[in-house]
Design a protein around this ligand. Structure first.
Ligand SMILES: [Zn+2]
Ligand SMILES: [Zn+2]
Length: 254
């Protein structure tokens, strides 16, 4: 089965520290390849609490889109789990350079647990098992950050991770399934995240088969993201849903 499982859907720091939404990141299973994206706080716990349970030892790779705490807190324990407690050198890790250098979030101790650590770069293309992915453009965010385009046999999925909107952003993400990190309801000066108006622009331009909104900050939680998703579906002619903790999307339906 090809699926995306949302282990956590929190974005802003108060949603995270109060655990109004969970923060474990996203699990993607595509063409028999298991990939964990952005293992934030509680990722390991959420994998085991998941129904059906997700076994971290079955992971083929972990991708860190950027080093911020809500994306990286559980990276070391998830590397430990992917590599069977460090007893088998196993799995791939992908991360921007600043997650590995000076004040690294990926501790040196765990780096030789895995087969390979690859540095993410603008216009990078990478392979994991049966699938490939690319990081088409560097985002505008407080740390070095990339979005992801995955290509499987029958599916393409884009993750527009944390970024401030910039001209042409939508032209980099043409996946049939589009996942958008929408932290804010309205644009806020000096906050480098997408808001609802940005989402509308991206969805209208790209018309994916399905769009999933996630990574909600407090203003989004208050605005009821499922109502925003319903409004988008009505007005934009694209099916849009708001992610909830533990929600699973069956990619074979699209
Ligand atoms: Zn974030
Ligand atoms: Zn961030």
């Amino acid at each position: 089965m090809n699926k995306i499982k949302f282990l956590g859907t929190s974005g802003g720091r108060f949603v995270l520290i109060n655990q109004l939404r969970k923060s474990g990141g996203t699990w993607l299973t595509l063409d028999d390849t298991n990939i964990l994206i952005d293992p934030g706080p509680g990722c390991l716990v959420s994998c085991h609490a998941s129904k059906p349970k997700l076994n971290p030892q079955s992971l083929d790779a972990i991708i860190l889109t950027h080093r911020h705490l809500d994306h990286s807190n559980d990276i070391n324990v998830m590397i430990e789990a992917m590599a069977n407690g460090g007893f088998n050198k196993k799995g791939l890790v992908f991360a921007p350079r600043d997650a590995l250098e000076d004040d690294p979030v990926i501790l040196k101790h765990f780096r030789d647990h895995v087969e390979k650590i690859e540095i993410l770069k603008e216009k990078g293309t990478y392979k994991i098992g049966n699938i490939s992915f690319e990081t088409p453009v560097k985002h505008v965010h407080g740390a070095e950050t990339y979005g992801l385009n995955f290509f499987g046999k029958n599916h393409s999925i884009s993750f527009v991770t944390d970024t401030k909107y910039f001209d042409g952003l939508e032209s980099f993400y043409h996946g049939e399934i589009l996942v958008l990190n929408i932290v804010m309801f309205k644009e806020m000066e000096h906050v480098m995240h997408l808001c609802v108006d940005d989402a509308e622009k991206i969805i209208s331009a790209n018309k994916p088969k399905l769009c999933v909104l996630t990574h909600f900050g407090m203003t989004m939680i208050k605005a009821k993201p499922w109502e925003i998703a319903e409004r988008f579906t009505r007005n934009l002619g694209v099916k849009v849903v708001a992610a909830s903790d533990g929600m699973s999307i069956d990619l074979d339906k699209y």
